[in-house]
Design a binder for this molecule. Structure first.
Ligand code: GDP
Ligand code: IMO
Ligand code: MG
Length: 422
């Protein structure tokens, strides 16, 4: 099996976790390479429901699961996740989980400032998950973050904490919020130190192991349209999500990421604020939300729903050089009499086939649709392509044709086995 990157091609929640779990029996290792606990994956296996945020989804099959350097880790959240997953009978130890020692930490001050800034923005808020992910990335590039390896030496750790808190207190003062005592953050870090080192390995040891272990899966979080560079900025997350990040966020050379599988929902959803040209604020949008159980795994917010947008998918395919996709949740469309696909945009009378960067144009986007007959039949649970209704096959082939992409996997339900391989 070739080393493969799994990348979401919409606004997240495409079903990446299901596919990583489904495919992971063919891989020796699974590596998370970006994002943090803003990600939330629901995976249904043998009657159990796993909700993962930071743990690579390969942990369920006890694969060597790596949290790479590109991830920001909230230790409190990770510890709780480890406890939850172990309660479901999955063993987590130094054989199955490795965290790179140069990972930057998400702390209480990050969660707080995320919330303060969102509150301050009012109706202009991004709609972040308020998990501190954005502020933690800011501290990382601001070169004041605390990394796991910093917990080793407590004398130099205190100096680093003071530097970090000094910066945050400037912001907090400006926001009229209570100032932070560096000792409180120091104490938070000492609590983390007690347990995290059992999983933590020197990053170069992890890279060497990954290079020798066999097939590696790179598990993306979020989706291409939330990419900090190529997404619908500023309504994006704070990391890069495209293929190149698999290499940057793991330390594995780009030449060793052999294949990319894009994950695409058969319709579109997004959580939080921001443009969404094919959004349906009507009974069909509501139908998709209920039928698809479109509620955020992390925040419990309703996901906004709309038609499949081929313009966005083509953009996402390009930035990650995707050749094959897994098409998820086609069963959600089973009862619809008509299904639309957006094939282009019209802005002030002019047709374009890309998403404009300029936010002043967003409200003028009019999607151009083609309409297909719905199959009004059951795809849910189907495991052979031949057994799908003809009109469902037609929808899938149409997506392949419009997006110039091969559908390699079709998902017909949330359970591991409800999957078709082509
Ligand atoms: P991720 O963040 O990309 O891993 O996706 P999420 O787990 O946040 O959201 C996908 C949701 O759809 C989860 O609740 C899955 O259990 C569910 N799911 C995945 N594939 C399918 C499918 O083919 N059909 C249906 N009905 N649900 C699915
Ligand atoms: P998975 O991995 C869907 C969204 C948030 C918000 C924006 C910024 O489950 O697909 P952040 O907390 O990252 O600063 O929020 O990004 N967002 C996601 N939406 N799925 C995710 O992850 C997301 N991670 C972040 O809702 O709009
Ligand atoms: Mg999700």
């Amino acid at each position: 099996m070739s080393n493969t990157a799994i990348i979401g091609l919409q606004w997240g929640d495409e079903g990446k976790g299901k596919i990583v779990d489904f495919l992971s029996d063919k891989f020796q290792a699974v590596v998370r390479f970006q994002g943090g606990n803003n990600a939330g994956h629901t995976i249904k296996v043998d009657g159990k429901v796993f909700k993962l945020s930071l743990l690579p989804s390969g942990i369920i099959r006890q694969k060597y699961s790596v949290i790479g350097s590109g991830v920001v880790v909230d230790p409190e959240s990770l510890l709780q996740e480890i406890i939850n997953v172990e309660e479901k009978g999955v063993k987590i130890n130094s054989e199955t989980l490795a965290i790179a020692d140069n990972v930057c930490l998400v702390l209480s001050i990050h969660r707080q400032v995320d919330q303060f800034l969102e509150n301050r923005k009012g109706i202009n808020k991004i709609g972040t998950t308020c998990r501190g992910n954005g502020p933690a990335h800011e501290d990382k590039v601001g070169r004041r973050a605390i990394r796991i390896c910093d917990l080793n030496d407590e004398n130099s750790l205190m100096v680093k904490v003071e530097n970090l808190v000094d910066y945050h207190n400037v912001i907090r003062k400006g926001l009229g919020e209570e100032l932070i005592d560096p000792n409180a953050i120091f104490a938070e870090l000492l609590k983390t130190k007690k347990w995290i080192f059992q999983y933590c390995r020197p990053v170069f040891e992890i890279i060497k192991k990954l290079e020798n272990i066999g097939a590696v899966m790179f598990e993306g979080a979020q989706g291409a349209l939330l990419d900090i560079s190529f997404g619908t900025y500023p309504f994006v997350t704070s990391s890069n999500i495209s293929l190149a990040q698999a290499s940057i966020g793991s330390g594995i050379g780009f030449d060793k990421v052999h294949k990319t599988l894009g994950i695409v929902k058969a319709y579109t959803t997004r959580v939080g604020s921001g443009p969404f040209p094919t959004e349906l604020n009507d009974e069909i949008g509501e139908f998709l939300r209920i039928e698809g159980n479109e509620v955020g795994t992390v925040t419990g917010r309703n996901r906004r729903c709309g038609w499949f947008d081929a313009v966005l998918i083509k953009h996402a395919i390009k930035i990650s050089s995707v050749k094959e996709i897994a098409l998820m949740k086609i069963d959600v469309l089973d009862k619809l009499p008509k299904i639309k696909i957006c094939v282009g945009y019209k802005i002030n009378g002019k047709e374009i086939d890309y998403f404009p960067s300029d936010s002043s144009l967003w409200s003028a986007i009019e999607p151009i649709y083609i309409e297909l007959e719905g199959w009004k039949d059951k795809t849910q649970g189907v495991t052979n392509f031949a057994d799908l209704p003809n009109l469902a096959k037609n929808y899938i082939r149409k997506i392949e044709e419009i997006c110039n992409i091969k559908v390699a996997i079709i998902s017909t339900g949330a359970k591991r086995e409800e999957t078709i391989i082509l």
